[in-house]
Design a protein around this ligand. Sequence first.
Ligand SMILES: CC(=O)N[C@@H]([C@@H](O)[C@H](O)[C@H](O)CO)[C@@H](O)CC(=O)C(=O)O
Length: 282
Amino acid sequence: MKPFNFTGLMAPVFTPYTNSNETLNLDAIEPYVELLKAKQVNGVLVNGTSGEGMLLTTEERMLVTEAWQKACKKHGITLMVQIGGAPYPDVVQLARHAAQIDVDAVLCLPELYFKPKTCEKLVSYLKGIAKHCHTTPFFYYHIPMFTDVNVHMPTFLDSAEKEIPNFLGIKYTSGDLDQGSACLKEGRTIFLGADTILCGAVAAGFDSFIMTTLNICPEVAIEIIADVNRGAVKEARDKQRKLNALITTILEHGDWVSAMKKAFREKCPSIVVGDTRPPLNM
Ligand SMILES: CC(=O)N[C@@H]([C@@H](O)[C@H](O)[C@H](O)CO)[C@@H](O)CC(=O)C(=O)O
């Protein structure tokens, strides 16, 4: 399997559109990579929640991934691609495509309609997909507020590690820090996906992060992480409060992804990302 030693900040990037969101704006991708790299963000997650992966056609998902792959390779940035949230044959196609173009890692949602109710069912679904990209590091995307799939992650991890040869960890997007902390173990990569509990999560031992605000103000996360790691808990807590207040203000403008994309457009107007697709922009 390809080695994967990433720790630090990975931005769940927005998918850039032009033409009232009908067309992908692939030209925006290289400047977007340069902007993130300049701000010390060394990885990107493509086609995740913020990237509206589930609102793109399979063809578009592959085109976007190829454009990010090219720019990330050129600038030395780690690329993880989210391949789930589509019909099973399309997820398999995306897994094969990701392996073929040699991305650094894949992330996969559960089946979103015939939802798994147990760890066994979830592991079995992911095992069927992971074998189509068996040399690529494979991660599960835990985001129960969107998927309504909420199996116990520490138990799931133990089983997935035994059953799936290229399985390396999860992206943990939940405010339940008790369960999140119980996932942490030597040799696993557990990405934190919840910006609002960053301070506590770093104190608990998290060292890898995929959070939407890394697109907009990564410097705040960088400071919170550094403060906690040097024991300056009060400073970190104050910055977390400010970050959470900023998130609340951003969210006055719509749903999570649309509001965050709007904040990104305002902060970085030179990168043309457009609005979100229906139903998000309705
Ligand atoms: C729905 C959403 O935007 N979730 C965010 C979180 O960072 C979110 O902002 C956080 O949970 C709020 O505290 C990330 O998990 C998104 C993400 O990683 C992705 O785009 O796949």
